[in-house]
Design a binder for this molecule. Structure first.
Ligand code: SF4
Length: 76
């Protein structure tokens, strides 16, 4: 499962993420900072748009935490 995170200290309220994927991102009515509506989207199309939003966010406030690859158990 992936998890969408936002650093509100960096967010400048540009709203690019909301335009890119409104099912996951919204903006606070008072200060315009990002509000994450769905922290763990599962739909591939949605995840692709989340990646786009992360890429275009002007303040680099968004990130995607992905599970680490499973540890290898063979020691060869
Ligand atoms: S695009 Fe980035 S700076 Fe703009 S509202 Fe979204 S998280 Fe904040």
């Amino acid at each position: 499962m992936i998890q969408v995170t936002a650093d509100l200290a960096r967010c400048v309220g540009a709203g690019q993420c909301v335009l890119t994927e409104p099912a996951v991102f919204d903006q606070d009515e008072e200060d315009g900072t990002v509000v994450i509506l769905d922290e763990t989207p599962r739909d591939e199309t949605t995840i692709t748009r989340v990646r786009q939003a992360i890429h275009i966010c002007p303040s680099r406030a968004l990130a995607l935490a992905e599970p680490a690859a499973p540890a290898r158990t063979d020691t060869r």
